[in-house]
Design a protein around this ligand. Structure first.
Ligand SMILES: *Cc1c(COP(=O)(O)O)cnc(C)c1O
Length: 367
């Protein structure tokens, strides 16, 4: 069993992917160009935003978003303590300070009340991560950002295709960033990412920044990066985007089956707010004695993953901030208890039964 079985998806669209790749090879246009532009139009339409600017990864999408809103050295940016490292890494890379805020215990998303307490005169932006495919609490966060004159950025690396009160992830915050890393809900065959916004001047800046700050050939208005999406990835993504709506529905079916199977065994399924529609980038449960449970499952041939074992403030790279254990109790608890189960649109009922039976056994023995 695979944790995320990308081969099943490939088998389904093998012919189309082959043709798309050949189309790019025949064109000999490998960087930006028509294929990338067509993909940007299609993904902007899918999300329902005026501007989609593709780029080289989800990390670069976040970096470009921060550069475009003008995050500089000395600024502070509020980030959740429990996320993938890149969310805070890009802040520090720009010389700004990531100010960590604890999460809500049930959804693992940033706690809006604690966000308000963390704001200072140096705060420039808030990055809300929509973790595991479920949107953060955007009404509260937008209210805070607008009242305090801050930029709200969605780290939507895990949530493309999700909805919050009927609104699409990537269309809610001032600027949103997603990832096309192969294992994300919409993945390419390498690295890729995209920034979304309704703000014309931010979109203009991001488009220049991803290509060395160029506004026309060899005219550099900004100091930017080489952060472009390549045409081969765009062509792959155009094919995958065609089946993505159906895959999002399949993700609901898979999650629904896990929910029922887990409840039968007395294990709590993930908490999804009734106004949220999750894409389940991860299907993550809480278990006691997590590391032993995970090892037990591994021996039974069931791969699991821990997203994430160490809260970001306690990472060695951020040791100079001097955060002490105990500062983020919810992030700490989550990092000890969370376990993500094998999940992808093509996992079948039999496999899911096998996962849940082994998990229930493990929890009964070790929990
Ligand atoms: C995957 C991920 C990123 C980084 O995306 P890459 O495409 O791997 O650079 C950033 N934030 C979160 C929450 C992620 O899950």
């Amino acid at each position: 069993m695979e944790f995320i079985d990308l081969k099943r998806q490939y088998r389904r669209i093998e012919k189309e992917i082959g043709e798309a790749i050949r189309r790019v090879l025949e064109s000999s246009r490998f960087i930006l160009g028509e294929e990338v532009e067509a993909f940007e139009e299609e993904i902007a339409r899918f999300v329902g935003v005026p501007y989609a600017i593709s780029c080289s990864s989800g990390t670069d999408a976040l970096l470009l978003a921060l550069m475009a809103v003008g995050v500089h050295s000395g600024d502070e940016v509020i980030v959740p303590a429990f996320t993938f490292f890149a969310t805070a890494e890009v802040v520090a890379l720009l010389g700004a300070k990531p100010v960590f805020v604890d999460i809500l215990p049930d959804t693992y998303n940033i706690d809006p009340e604690k966000v308000e307490e963390a704001i200072t005169s140096r705060t420039k932006a808030i990055i809300a991560v929509s973790l595991y495919g479920q949107c953060a609490d955007f009404d509260e966060l937008l209210d805070i950002a607008d009242r305090k004159g801050l930029w709200l950025i969605e780290d939507a690396a895990q949530s493309l295709g999700a909805k919050y009160k009927g609104r699409n992830s990537c269309s809610i915050a001032h600027v949103s960033a997603t990832s096309f890393f192969p294992a994300k809900p919409l993945g390419c065959y390498g690295d890729g990412g995209c920034v979304f916004t309704a703000d014309e001047s931010i979109a203009f800046k991001i488009k220049a920044l991803r290509n060395h700050g160029q506004v026309e050939r060899y005219r550099h208005k900004f100091i930017g990066i080489n952060g472009r999406l390549d045409a081969l990835q765009a062509a792959v993504l155009r094919e995958k985007l065609k089946i993505f709506p159906e895959e999002i529905e399949l993700r609901q079916v898979v999650a629904g089956r896990y929910d029922v199977l887990l409840k039968e065994k007395g294990i709590e399924p993930p908490v999804i707010r009734n106004y949220n529609f999750s894409v389940y980038a991860q299907y993550t449960v809480k278990v006691p004695n997590r590391n032993a449970v995970s090892r037990y499952l591994q021996r039974e041939g069931i791969p699991t993953a821990v997203h994430y074992p160490i809260p970001i403030p306690y990472q060695e790279a951020f040791s100079h901030f001097g955060y002490e254990w105990g500062s983020f109790p919810e992030a700490e608890r989550a990092s000890k208890e969370v376990l993500s189960l094998p999940f992808h649109p093509y996992i079948n009922m039999e496999e899911q039964i096998k996962v849940v039976e082994a998990l229930a056994e493990a929890v009964a023995f070790l929990g």
